[in-house]
Design a protein around this ligand. Structure first.
Ligand SMILES: [Zn+2]
Length: 219
């Protein structure tokens, strides 16, 4: 512990937790009281654990709005129970899978990851299946293949969720959306830009661009 506390990054981080939390409780106390006894989020959100991908990229008010499930590669299967809870118990009308460019988990799944710890291999395996299934153009550069694999992975997660929540889709009480946070600007729309890549199974970029929902919120 002594050694860790000589690390400047650790010291700054710990100081920041205390200071930020003091500001947070001061600014948000009355708001916190409104949801202290129960939660009523509007969105179940599945995103990657990556330290560069955070709710700060899309909301200043995550509390009681986003029921967030995080795992490596924003996968459906790894935390099915949490997602089921958000969608069917908390009744969130939105289920969003948010992938991100530069995703290390997706990258690992595209190559040989047998040297990783067994617990990590087990979680990457599900991703590798989805990457294998998807249509990656091997003549493109590594960066483009990686970017496309990120998008295809999001599409695969949406596809799996659509199967399990088809009843809610049929009665139009749930929208399942795939998004990508472009951390490294490999999609060319700006660093940190979020775009919709899948809306209830629709992945055609032209159709998405002309869809009323996308035009209303993401144009
Ligand atoms: Zn990631």
């Amino acid at each position: 512990m002594e050694l860790i506390l000589k690390n400047d990054d650790v010291i700054h981080l710990l100081q920041s937790i205390k200071e930020t939390n003091s500001s947070y409780t001061e600014a948000k106390e009355s708001e916190i009281k409104t949801f202290a006894s129960s939660q009523t989020p509007a969105c179940t959100l599945v995103m990657c654990c990556d330290s560069r991908a955070h709710s700060t990229s899309f909301t200043f008010n995550p509390e009681n709005n986003f029921f967030i499930v995080r795992n490596i590669g924003n996968q459906y299967i790894l935390n099915q129970g949490c997602i089921e809870y958000g969608v069917r118990v908390l009744n969130t009308p939105l289920l969003i899978f948010l992938g991100h460019t530069g995703c290390g988990a997706v990258k690992a799944s595209m190559g040989d990851y047998s040297n990783l710890h067994s617990s990590i291999i087990r979680e990457i395996d599900h991703l590798a299946l989805s990457i294998k299934k998807s249509d990656i153009n091997s003549t493109c550069s590594d960066v483009v293949q990686w970017r496309d694999a990120v998008i295809n992975n999001v599409n695969q997660q949406v596809e799996l969720a659509i199967k399990d929540f088809h009843d809610l889709r049929n009665d139009k009480s749930l929208a399942i959306i795939g998004m990508v946070l472009d951390i490294d600007n490999s999609r060319g729309e700006g660093y940190g830009k979020i775009s919709v890549v899948n809306l209830n199974g629709e992945t055609d970029p032209v159709k998405l661009a002309n869809h009323d929902f996308v035009k209303s919120f993401f144009a």
